[in-house]
Structures are given as C-alpha cells and as structure tokens.
Ligand binder design. Sequence first.
Ligand code: DOR
Ligand code: ZN
Length: 471
Amino acid sequence: MPRAGGRRMAGVNAQLAVVNGRLVTPEGVRSGVLLVADGRISGITGAAPRGVPVLDAAGGYVLPGLIDSHVHFRTPGLEHKEDWEHGSRAAVAGGVTTVLDMPNTVPPTLDPDAVVAKARRITGRSLVDFAFHIGADPSRPEILAGLDPAVARSAKVFMAGHHTAPTVISDPVQLDKVFAAAATSGVRLVLHAEDQRLHDLLDTWRGGPPDAYRDYERWRPRSSPISAVVRVLELVRRHGTEAHILHLSSADEADLVAAAAADGLPVTFELTAHHLSFTDADTARGGARTRLAPAIRGAHDQERLWAALRAGEVATLGSDHAPHTKAEKELPVAEAPPGLPGVQELATAVWTGMRRRWPDEDPDTAIRRLALHMGERPAGLFGLTGKGRLVAGADADLVVFDPERRWMLSAADVAAKCGWSAYEGWTFTGQVRVTVKAGRIVYDREQGRFGAPAGRWLSPLGREKGRACNG
Ligand code: DOR
Ligand code: ZN
C-alpha cells in the first residue's frame, strides 16, 4: 500500500522520496528512488536519504501527473452541473494534476478579461493546476491575432452548436478569418469539428432529434465531422494555422488527419475515453449517458481509433469532462444535453482498454502511452513548462498507479458534482492509488483523502492576479 511516513531531518533538502516504484520516464520505465525538493523533482537515486518522508509505491507505476487538456468545469454560470471543488477532486482521483478548461461557460470566455476573471474565481478552489482555451469569437477575430500567450495559447472553435455551445462558427468567411488570425499570432486552434450546415440540412429532411436513442447516431452521423475535418484541413493548408482536432469519432477522420500530418501539415488530434470505450449500441441501449457530441459510432470506427493510439498517430487523450445533472440527462431526447463526466475515468478506462485489447503487450510499453498522450504531448502542444515528464527539474506532480488492480466503479466512487458515471458497473483494470502535486499528496485512495486547493493558473499573469484575488 502506498504510504507517506517518516520525518524530515535537519539539513536534508528533500521533501519526499518515492520508493518501490516503476518510474515512467521519457526514456522508458526504470527503477529507482524519485526525490522531491521544493515542489520539484530533484533527481532519481538508488536509495532514499535518511530522514526524508517516504511514499511507498508498492511496486506500482509512478507516472508524471497527468494532463487533461479538455475539461468543462462549468465555471462561471453552470455550477449546478460542475464546479472546481468537485471537478478538481475528480481530476486528482483520476491521476490528473493539470487541466485545460473550455470556454463555453455563461458568459463564455471570449476575451482576455474574461479569462483573467475566470482565473480569479478559480484560485483557491482547485486542487489541480489549470490553464484555459479562450473561445474564438467570430465577431472579434482580432482578439486571436493579438493574443498574449500568458492569457491563453490556444483557442476553441465550435463549428457546430448544441446545448452548451454558444458561439458557433459555421460561416466559411468567419472561419477563414479565425484561422488567419490564429496563424498571425501562433495561437493553436482546438476544434469541435462538426458541420452545422449539414446538421441544419439533416434537420430539414428528418425534423428535430429522434424520439429514441436508437436513432441518435443517425441523426448526427459521421459525415458531419468528416466534412468539418476536410474544411479544417483546407484552412490549415491555406493559412498554416496549428490545429488540434478534438474528440475524433470515426475512422475517416483519423485517416484524413493522419494523412495530412504525414504530409507535413501542423494538424494533430485528440481521442476521448468514451469514443474508445463505448459504441452506438451502448447509446441505443443506455440512452442519454453516452449521448455525446460528436456521437459515439460503431465498432469499425472504434477499432480505427484504437489503431490510432497503438500507432502513435494521436497526440492527446482528453476526457471532454462535460457533466450534466441526472435530471438534465433524464429529459426527453430533444432536450437532454450531450456530455458526460470523464476526467476521473480517462486514464483508467484507456488503460483497461489497452490491457484487454492487447494482453500480450509489454505493460511498460502500454503505460508509456499514458505518459506520452496525457503528459509530454499535451505539455508540448500547450506550452505547459515543467509538466508531463518525470525528469529532474520538473514540477513534482506524480501519480502512483497500480496496473493490475481490478475493481468495479460505482456511483459512490464518482467525485464529479453530477454524481453519476457512464462507467458505473464497469470492471476496470488499474487504479490510481495516490496523486501528488508539487510534492504534496492531493489524493490518497486508501484513506479516502483529498489535499488542499493549491492549484495555480499556469500563466505568468497568474501569480500577479492570484495575489490580487486573495487580497
Ligand atoms: O458532448 C459534448 N458536450 N460535446 C461538447 O463538445 C461539449 C460538451 C458540453 O459542454 O456539454
Ligand atoms: Zn468539450
């Protein structure tokens, strides 16, 4: 069992020594004692220095604190669905110590002032470090052209609308301007790539949403994201904009983006745990809990997404943690919003899927994928210095992960405010046991304990504004 114990001895610099762990470093998995001093990883050594508090990883993997570059923690304005107290607890229970939050709040985060105001609200409430995707405002593309990277390095574009997407950019001229503006300043666009005009067309043919979830996938079919991805690739080719396409749902999207990237275009993509874990049959059977935008598709598409993970074509694994209340999900199909909680389940669900699908794979190879796609790659894409790598000098954000533990998720495990999970009743392989942020334990599963909300805004502006906010 992982446990922190021992005492600090005068003159010893180290704050913590993590022993008996399999350390998941960028060079591979290795043994050794990981030392922490002043909130940073100070090195890897052979034995724990005397007198330093010890965290016993009990043979489990020690990963860098995971990054989830796609969460909707619903602040401000939608706190009945989720808030930072609950969302950040769900994060650390899932081994996540850094999140990038989405702008579709009420009001939406569409300019630097709104981002700063949001950071001020969150400071003192979050257990995890945070940064933001600013929302691309179609009426003010100039904001992206002059965006200060200390405010945000990336901007979210919704190419199609749904219940919580207020500023949809479906007009080709506006979209072109946004891509041009982002290219000017080097802002990376993160895209919800569905085709609003196709949705409108389908609605004129078929009417509104179906009466039953059996028909949900056909109502918002794979042709929609495929068409939107083609448009994105054209615009990237024209402007050179860096584009990260979120939540791929179909084989064709993966084929298109992988081919464009191989051609040298600056395009990357994200996979979610839900598109890897569920199929449209689950939505047909189970209804609103796996109602997502984009919709979850069939087994053929799901296979291609797993192949993209295996081949390393994917850049990031993101949760798209987008909770809604049980009451909202129980509304008739026309009104029930898409989205599910997922930051807590992401790493474990992907690990479970990898072990089930590829049982003969060396677990050290599999675990490196989590460190890569929830560590190095998102840190690199979004400029998160000191995050995502188990190396000396990095922030001492760590996860102790037991790769073999089998356990069933129940509603009682759910830390998200909504209190439900689409994975209830699933037997997972692998479990987050302890999560450490800046050298301090922020989650201990065995003791059922969470740490203090010491999460920082990962921006040079954050320190200054954080003080203003506390003052
Ligand atoms: O299913 C979804 N829900 N997809 C999104 O893109 C947004 C999200 C939400 O905010 O509820
Ligand atoms: Zn999202």
